[in-house]
Write a protein that binds this ligand. Structure first.
Ligand code: ENO
Ligand code: FE2
Length: 446
């Protein structure tokens, strides 16, 4: 038996320059800070855009003193006056120190935390935080934190059914409560998917863990996917294995349904692993720089990718762009025009388009499109990035887009590696010069 996920509540980041990351999410990605929690030993800030919520935690090395409070316009700096009874550490999360900035927690709402805890514990899961109650004037919330099988990723399981406040007890709301105004220029509505970077041959372990523990179900990304092997991209120098899964919820009548069929936008999970002998690539680079498996990127769903990319680009977001030939190739040009879009406009921001040709039993139907664009990494290491995704009837992931992304990222990695090689060469040269000078001085003294 599994612990069933009701919905995704938020995703939390642990970063050393929390203030900078918060500023970027606000100024570039148009998120709105709406709740914060200040304690001597931890600062937490919640930001939202539609139903997509990030909680930023100030990441400090073990023993390091508390940094300055967020220097952030519009954020109340007073310590929350709610007695949440938890005086130190990140609330609703674990404080485990990690060597680099990381996206480490996906928080799920569940029906019954105690029961989920017992079920998962019996199945061998480890819980850094056992069921804990936090209350304020608006009610009570119960949560526990379970370690996942993927790197440093944890899942906070939370029950908010007896809570009526704006976010979570212990957090103080910032500004006006109430419905957020619609952002027509930048209509991001929810997290579409979360992608894990995993070591080679780890996919099965991850799929199985999520199926056993949370009742996730596999779904096929594309028509070329092998049930055993996943979607294997091994041509043109690409070495990537992809699989995807989603959570199912228990309906009122006790039926299990994918969450999307219950009127809620669902968040899918994608597992990416690299294939052996394909050289340095984006998954291995993530594993290196992140010092282990974890969350590589998150897809933000938008109902208008062009306007969103344009707004974000103006605000300073940098996107990966495919080679210009992508937009001049005849077949791609036709696909883009068939979707009523202009290749020239898409090329301005690096937006990729894929056409889903699966018919799935239906005879004649409109073509289905998938539009995606990928940002450059957000942290100082080459790890986590964001993606914008607009689905026009297509539910999977575009193989053509994945190939185009792979090429643009590969170009970036190669350029970075070149810069790194040049730096190392310069370093060696300078060291050699120093040694030579030392040698000369010594011989002169003799
Ligand atoms: O296409 C997407 O959005 C995916 O999430 C699939 C994917 C996963 C990992 C990669 O390094 C590249 C592509
Ligand atoms: Fe993605």
């Amino acid at each position: 038996m599994a612990a069933y996920v009701q919905r995704l509540h938020h995703v939390s980041l642990h970063v050393s320059h929390a203030d900078r990351v918060a500023r970027e999410l606000v100024s570039k990605f148009k998120f709105r800070p709406f709740a914060s929690r200040y304690r001597d030993a931890s600062h937490q800030l919640a930001l939202r855009k539609g139903r997509a919520v990030f909680v930023i935690n100030d990441r400090r090395e073990a023993g390091e003193p508390v940094a300055n409070k967020w220097d952030f316009t519009g954020v109340t700096r007073e310590t929350s006056n709610y007695g949440d009874g938890v005086s130190s550490g990140c609330l609703y999360d674990v404080d485990a120190p990690y060597g680099v900035d990381t996206v480490a927690n996906v928080c799920f709402e569940v029906r019954d935390v105690q029961r989920s805890f017992q079920t998962l514990k019996r199945s061998g899961c480890s819980f850094p935080v056992t069921p804990t109650c936090v209350r304020d004037d608006s009610g009570v919330v119960t949560y526990a934190v379970v370690k996942s099988v993927v790197g440093n990723v944890c899942h906070t399981l939370i029950d908010k059914s007896r809570y009526e406040g704006g976010f979570l007890p212990g957090f103080q709301l910032i500004g006006e409560e109430g419905e957020e105004p619609e952002d027509e220029a930048c209509p991001v509505t929810h997290f579409d998917h979360i992608t894990y970077a995993c070591p080679q041959r780890f996919t099965h372990t991850a799929l199985q863990w999520y199926e056993t523990m949370f009742g996730f179900k596999r779904f096929f990304i594309g028509s070329n996917e092998d049930p055993e092997e996943g979607l294997v991209l091994d041509q043109d120098g690409i070495g990537l294995r992809l699989t995807a899964m989603q959570y199912w919820k228990c309906s009122q009548r006790g039926l299990m349904l994918p969450s999307v069929h219950q009127g809620e936008p669902d968040c899918k999970f994608v597992i990416a692993e690299s294939l052996p002998e394909k050289g340095h690539n984006q998954v291995d680079r993530f594993l290196d720089q992140h010092r282990g498996p974890g969350i590589q990127h998150i897809g933000l769903y938008t109902s208008n990718i062009l306007s969103t990319a344009e707004t974000m680009s103006r605000a300073g977001v940098r996107f990966f762009c495919p080679p210009q030939a992508y937009y001049t190739e005849e077949e791609k040009k036709q696909q883009i025009c068939a979707a009523g879009l202009s290749p020239e406009l898409l090329s301005r921001f690096g937006i990729l388009l894929d056409t889903d040709l699966r018919t799935e039993g239906r005879e004649r139907q409109l073509p289905r499109f998938l539009l995606q664009v990928f940002t450059q990494p957000l942290f100082s290491e080459d790890t986590f990035f964001l993606e914008l995704i607009e689905r026009r009837g297509a539910s999977g992931f575009g193989e053509g887009n994945i190939r185009a992304l792979w090429r643009s990222v590969q170009r970036y990695i190669e350029e970075e590696d070149q810069v790194e090689d040049q730096d190392q060469e310069l370093q060696r040269h300078m060291e050699k010069e120093d040694q030579d000078q030392d040698q000369e001085l010594k011989s002169a003294k003799r």
